[in-house]
Design a protein around this ligand. Sequence first.
Ligand code: NDP
Ligand code: MG
Length: 386
Amino acid sequence: MKKQIAILGSTGSIGTQALEVVAAHPDLFEVYCLTANNQADLLIRQALQFRPNTVVIANEAHYEKVRDALQDHDIKVFAGASALCEVVEMPGVDIVLTAMVGYAGLAPTLRAIAAHKTIALANKETLVVAGDLVCRKVQEYKTAILPVDSEHSAIFQCLAGEAGNPIEKILLTASGGPFRTKSLEEMAKVTRRDALKHPNWSMGAKITIDSASMMNKGFEAIEARWLFGVPMSRIEILVHPQSIVHSMVQFRDGSVKAQLGAPDMRLPIQYAFTYPDRVETDFPRADFAALGQLTFERPDVQRFRNLQLAFDAAARGGNAPCILNAANEVAVSAFLHDRIGFLAMSDLIADTMAGAAFVEHPGYEDYVASDAEARQLASSLLTKYL
Ligand code: NDP
Ligand code: MG
């Protein structure tokens, strides 16, 4: 039986790599559903190649174009954010890969969980915003979240065969991004173009900026906390510029397990699809002799304030990480439009976190309201930094 996969965000960096994995194993996987937001032409090409049952174009402005292109091909076409929530429930779907970016991933992920689908989770913002709620729903509906984020896939692989052995510490590795060795004075002047040059990974624009600011690592710590049930105090960030050790787990006897490999997202994507099996690939292999050395250093939270802001939000709990995420989405978008400087992003996020209403035990509606409030507040505070 081939696994039927729904790819939310098939036109993005993770989505297109997931399609490479599917194309390499036509005996194992079939695409049931593809979704995109704006890249209608690419979505049409993907649909003609992979022949899914259904496609969704989230931005309704492109609906007619996609519908007309696919009408003779027996592929259903829907549009709008609500359609994203509906397709994940389709009985034919086995696995939902959440590869869209940002808060928009939360609602369809919750719907997929409630429909008992296995989630291959790339969209880490879902766990940052509402990790508590998402984990409760996973238990309630007895389904599974398989991590796609490379660090979390590494931790997940380290934990194989360790049921009952408590984690002493998670060592979450970080490349350090393009500004790892820059001074604060230099970071004050970096441009969008500088920040978009990631040393080891080619990714979508938003996560690339999050990596440069290290907000990505703060998000990943929160993601790890929910995925593996480990308190933030047991999650240590370790800067590892080569991105070969994808993360490590230290157990109570002091033993440390790590998962290593060349930096290639197709590997964790494929592992989430084939878990618990491993199937062969022609992906590049790590050449340790050529690498010569692997290095590690502590992160600098003075220069990378977003990392501290993320840990602060997690310590506060409640809706604080939801506010953090919304403020960050506004900040990153403003930075990508050359509206604020690189370091001002942290100021904007801190100001938004200080100003938005705190809710200690949020439910779904509280998260929706907090996200909207924090976005509005961050957008109004933005004028201070223009
Ligand atoms: P991209 O920006 O490359 O792709 C995002 C995808 O989501 C595109 O298909 C886009 O559609 C779609 N999309 C964007 N906004 C919406 C929306 N509002 N509603 C529906 N669909 C939307 O992002 P990445 O692939 O880099 O990242 C995806 C997720 O995976 C993020 O959460 C990221 O943090 C996570 N991740 C990514 C990694 C990577 O290597 N790229 C590594 C680990 C995690 P369109 O292009 O058609 O507009
Ligand atoms: Mg990662």
